[in-house]
Design a protein around this ligand. Structure first.
Ligand SMILES: Cc1cc2nc3c(=O)[nH]c(=O)nc-3n(C[C@H](O)[C@H](O)[C@H](O)COP(=O)(O)OP(=O)(O)OC[C@H]3O[C@@H](n4cnc5c(N)ncnc54)[C@H](O)[C@@H]3O)c2cc1C
Length: 245
């Protein structure tokens, strides 16, 4: 069951910053007025320049639940307006304006219908799916959870140790597709996800999974199209597009 939570503007204080990958940063915020958020939700960050110019971008929330600690993970888009500031210039104790929590559609919660769940991530699109996998692990939920994570190289994986911990404890079946460089001894050469890889690594349509697909827009559209071709009910394929072309 998705909890109804008021959406509004909040003042957020940056409490911690950690490198997530060579191009991405994990950002921890303390938001005293935050109403909590469900796994998969996002928020908008609004930056205001000294001359009053404003820019807003959406970021998925890697944390979930009732607390006031909000965790984001932002990948730097070269020459972007907002992400280079968040990854390179933001400092601990800085204040940010955030609007949220947002999104009532791309949400999984431990009280959801007990159905297998397939998570499919491209790059930073893993952020909301990580929140779902973590909530599932913490709740000891019985639904079968699988994640297929397409990423450039092993060093580009977000939340690698946490995800591997969930896999080691049996709450997540985790498969990777490496598009540029594989770990040593990997059975297949690097390459983009294909329909065949998707078919082999994802729950089949016959078990009626709920599928969450998130990442760059072309990745999401390609994967969602293949899922439909493979017989998945389009109403059970939920998508979140991060942009890019
Ligand atoms: C619901 C939602 C949740 C999101 N969650 C996250 C998240 O958790 N982590 C995260 O890192 N990003 C996330 N994004 C993407 C984020 O909102 C920004 O689009 C991204 O940070 C780029 O913003 P920018 O201002 O730096 O670049 P812009 O100045 O907006 O764009 C610069 C150039 O990069 C291209 N571009 C824009 N976005 C992307 C992209 N995502 N990939 C590749 N090229 C792009 C643009 O077409 C443009 O040519 C999310 C987007 C949405 C809609």
């Amino acid at each position: 069951m998705v909890t109804r939570r008021p959406t509004g503007w909040h003042a957020a204080k940056v409490t911690a910053l950690h490198p997530e990958t060579a191009s991405a940063r994990r950002i921890e915020l303390e938001v005293p007025t935050w109403p909590g958020n469900d796994p998969g939700a996002h928020l908008d960050i609004r930056l205001t320049a000294p001359d009053g110019y404003q820019a807003s971008r959406s970021y998925s929330i890697a944390s979930s639940g009732e607390g006031t600690r909000v965790v984001l993970a932002v990948d730097e888009v070269p020459n972007g307006e907002v992400s280079p500031f968040l990854v390179e210039d933001l400092l601990v104790d800085d204040m940010l304006e955030v609007h949220g929590p947002l999104g009532s559609y791309f949400i999984w919660s431990p009280d959801s219908e007990e159905r297998p769940v397939q998570l499919i991530a491209g790059g930073s699109g893993v952020v909301p799916l990580f929140a779902m996998a973590e909530a599932h692990a913490l709740a000891g939920d019985a639904s079968g959870f699988r994640m297929l994570y397409s990423v450039r190289t092993p060093a580009d994986r977000f939340f690698a140790s946490d995800l591997e911990g969930f896999a080691a404890h049996g709450s997540l079946q985790l498969d990777y597709v490496y598009t540029r460089q594989t770990p040593a001894g990997w059975a297949v050469p690097p390459g983009r996800i294909t329909r065949e890889v998707l078919e082999a690594a994802a729950w089949p349509a016959e078990v009626r999974p709920i599928v969450y697909v998130c990442g760059p827009t072309p990745f999401v559209e390609t994967v969602a199209g293949w899922l439909t071709e493979l017989g998945h009910d389009p109403r059970a394929v939920l998508t979140e597009r991060f942009g890019g072309g």
